[in-house]
Design a protein around this ligand. Structure first.
Ligand code: ADP
Ligand code: MG
Length: 702
């Protein structure tokens, strides 16, 4: 980056030490460059004025011109506000401020023409505008240069210190006067031509001071492109490093284990999606480059058998394999189902969890090191240093979101002679575009097809008034010999209220379903692991009819006889969590049901979540809605890749197509010039380096 852009913001005309401090603390702006990339978050269309008689609450932000006829401060200290009446030739509207009362009270004048900008609200059948921005008509005319006026995010503190959006516009003007002609390009001219992009400088100028809507659109496109391009470049580069520098084991042949399993043991026909994914995995592991693959598939799509057949490929080539699950129960279930599927085959398989006794453990360690053991199934216990393999060729990780980057790194160390292939299986559907960004350094396979004959789960949304009918539904299902889950929200285990609700709910259920006719289990996060396992196991074995639980049962558990899932206070769960919970039923041949119980008062989001759940069983469709509802803001929590995703302009929910375009552009560049050595790629390299500074480098382990 040019020296100029590194200049401390203090030295910009109109800033100085005091304002510099405010900009640093309030907006994290330290340098010229950071102010330059402090982007507007919306624009005022200066060409459009409304009259007061035209106003209604469904309008976007609007602009009106008129004057105040009355201004007064009302209310006591806490609810104090400034209330005013604003009028034009067509009518009057109330205007209210809750903050900055003193300043506004002493500056806003009755009888002077103002331009007001804000959002119209309807309250008690009358219209008002809360916290509008305002400017005298004289000021307004003076600053009118373009038809669109940038509006910047500011903070209350900055506003009160005279650094509101308008003043930031002034600073931007000062800045651009100084840096114009000196903003370096960061893309190659080839890319700029091919994608018809504005130059970086032009795009930045137009973003801050757009001449019209048309060119603003192009400016935003260019800057989004750039944002995504550099993320994709980094991700693809990581992938390249993994591919080239990390030696993997080549599994060239499919042998007896795989073939025998396929011909003799496999009880069903694989779905086309399963076949396709197996081919992808086979191809990966055949090349000798180390595989890092994410396998996505909705709950019940049949990921386990794909994991098993991949492990058989490893065994066919003389290697060992392991399968790691996030909980003891899941590990046990996997062990049981793999053993059953492998019945009659000479495959040696063991289970290693925290509760395996020392004596047994020693045997496992020994057989692992000698290579006698083919498959080891387990929990995090697999990661302990004592667990050493003879030659681990493939590690399958189930439900990856419980495994962090650091744990993956430990896996890498299990072999001295190379890094095992890694297959991460997840039932959390991620929209494709998002996967490209979050997991861009992994390869992604998708099972997008359920095994035939599955009955879609019927989902019903009920309010509290149907409570008695709900108990009736439970009785019916139990009478048919089925089992029932009732799930309570317990988002944070320390939330006392939730815990009280759970206990009250449990007692309620016990009252309605008394012993000895009914057996009820409870599982929650405040129980010891041992007790949890015990209760879960009773339910798995069919000894209890009803499982009252918190979300601890969310992941993976397989009880095919359970046909009814009741989710209490369903409005408090996110969409993907609701979908995961629902996936606990519908695993057997029987028709299954999911009842979403909510309070009467639902937010718009809440309504949409319930509607989505009752309308579709498709995890990917649900994930798309979820992403749109939650927005990309929540990404850091789910982020798996080594590249921090910090997007200023791009909305991952809406800009899916842009991601693909940028990814392709980055791929073209790296294909041609992996180390960015060509002269025309120097601007790209310089900028990428600049961005890299200060970032943790996770490339080796992600
Ligand atoms: P998940 O993807 O949620 O881990 P599982 O691997 O547990 O799903 O599979 C769910 C059930 O579907 C299992 O009982 C499994 O045996 C069965 N299954 C998997 N693939 C097929 C198939 N192609 N045809 C029929 N049943 C299948
Ligand atoms: Mg599974």
């Amino acid at each position: 980056m040019s020296q100029l852009l590194q200049t401390s913001i203090e030295y910009l005309k109109g800033v100085g030490p005091k304002r510099a401090e405010l900009l640093k603390k309030g907006l994290n702006i330290h340098t010229f460059g950071e102010l330059m990339t402090h982007y507007p978050f919306r624009y005022v269309d200066k060409t459009k004025f409304y009259t007061i008689s035209e106003l209604h609450p469904d309008l976007p932000y609007i602009q009106i011109v008129g004057e105040f006829v009355h201004i007064e401060t009302i209310g006591a200290t806490r609810q104090k506000r400034l209330s005013a009446i604003f009028k034009d030739d067509t009518g009057r509207i109330q205007v209210v401020w809750f903050k900055g009362i003193k300043f506004l009270g002493s500056t806003v004048r009755v009888g002077v023409k103002y331009v007001l900008y804000g959002k119209v609200n309807a309250f008690n059948n009358s219209l008002s505008i809360v916290h509008p921005e305002l400017e005298t008509l004289v000021e307004y005319k003076n600053t009118l240069q373009s038809t669109l006026q940038a509006v910047y995010a500011s903070t209350e503190k900055l506003n009160n210190s005279g650094l509101n959006s308008k003043n930031i516009v002034k600073l931007q003007k000062n800045l651009f006067t100084q840096i114009i002609g000196k903003i370096p390009e960061n893309l190659s001219s080839d890319i700029i031509d091919r994608y018809k992009l504005l130059s970086r400088e032009k795009a930045l100028i137009q973003l801050h001071f757009p001449k019209n809507a048309e060119i603003l659109k192009r400016a935003i496109f260019r800057l989004k492109f750039e944002e995504l391009f550099f993320i994709q470049l980094e991700l693809l580069k990581l992938k390249l490093i993994n591919t080239n520098k990390t030696r993997g084991f080549a599994f060239p042949s499919i042998g007896d284990y795989f073939n025998h399993f396929y011909e003799q043991n496999l009880a069903f026909e694989l779905t086309n999606a399963q076949k396709r994914v197996l081919k992808e995995i086979r191809k990966d592991m055949g090349t000798g480059r180390q595989m890092n693959r994410l396998l996505q598939g909705d709950v019940g799509s049949g990921k386990t058998v794909v994991g098993l057949m991949s492990m058989l490929m490893a065994i066919d080539n003389g290697f060992q394999a392991c399968l790691m699950a996030p909980t003891e129960i899941l590990a046990q279930q996997h062990y049981a189902s793999l053993s059953e599927m492998l019945e009659g085959m000479p495959v040696k398989i063991s289970l290693l969890t925290g509760s395996v006794k020392v004596k047994e453990r020693r045997i496992i360690h020994k057989e692992l090191e000698s290579g006698e053991l083919h498959i080891l199934v387990g929990t995090h216990a697999l990661l302990e240093d004592k667990v050493k393999f003879h030659n681990l060729g493939l590690c399958v990780i189930d439900e990856q979101h419980r495994f962090g980057v650091a744990q993956r790194a430990r896996l890498w160390k299990k072999n001295s002679n190379g890094v095992p292939h890694i297959l991460v299986m997840t039932a959390t559907p991620i929209p494709r575009t998002l996967a490209m960004t979050l997991y861009g350094d992994l390869d992604v396979s998708v099972i997008d097809e359920l095994p035939p004959g599955r009955k879609p789960i019927e989902t019903i949304h009920w309010f509290e008034n149907k409570r008695e009918r709900l108990w009736g539904v439970l009785r019916e299902q139990i009478k048919l010999g089925r089992q029932v889950y009732i799930v309570y929200p317990l988002i944070d285990e320390s939330e006392k209220m939730d815990y009280a609700n759970l206990q009250a709910g449990f007692e309620d259920v016990l009252n309605k379903f008394p012993r000895p006719d009914y057996q009820v289990s409870i599982v929650h996060g405040q129980m010891t692991n041992e007790n949890k396992e015990f209760e879960m196991q009773r339910f798995v074995n069919g000894e209890t009819h009803i499982m009252v639980a918190t979300t601890v049962i969310e992941v993976g558990v397989n009880v095919p006889n359970a046909s009814l899932m009741v989710i209490e206070s369903a409005e408090r769960f996110g969409l993907s969590q609701l979908h995961q919970l629902r996936g606990r039923v519908g695993r057997g041949a029987e028709q299954s049901y999911c009842y979403l119980m909510t309070g009467y008062k639902l937010s718009d989001d809440g309504k949409l979540r319930m509607k989505t759940m009752t309308e579709t069983n498709d995890g990917f469709q649900i994930a798309e809605v979820d992403l749109k509802l939650r927005g990309p803001g929540d990404l850091s929590g789910t982020q798996q890749s080594g590249v921090p995703v910090n997007l200023k302009l791009t909305n991952l929910a809406k800009d899916g197509q842009m991601i693909e375009i940028a990814r392709n552009a980055a791929k073209d560049i790296l294909d041609k010039d992996p180390n960015l050595q060509l002269p025309e790629h120097q601007p790209i390299l310089a900028f990428a380096r600049e961005q890299q500074r200060g970032k943790t480098n996770w490339s080796r382990i992600s």
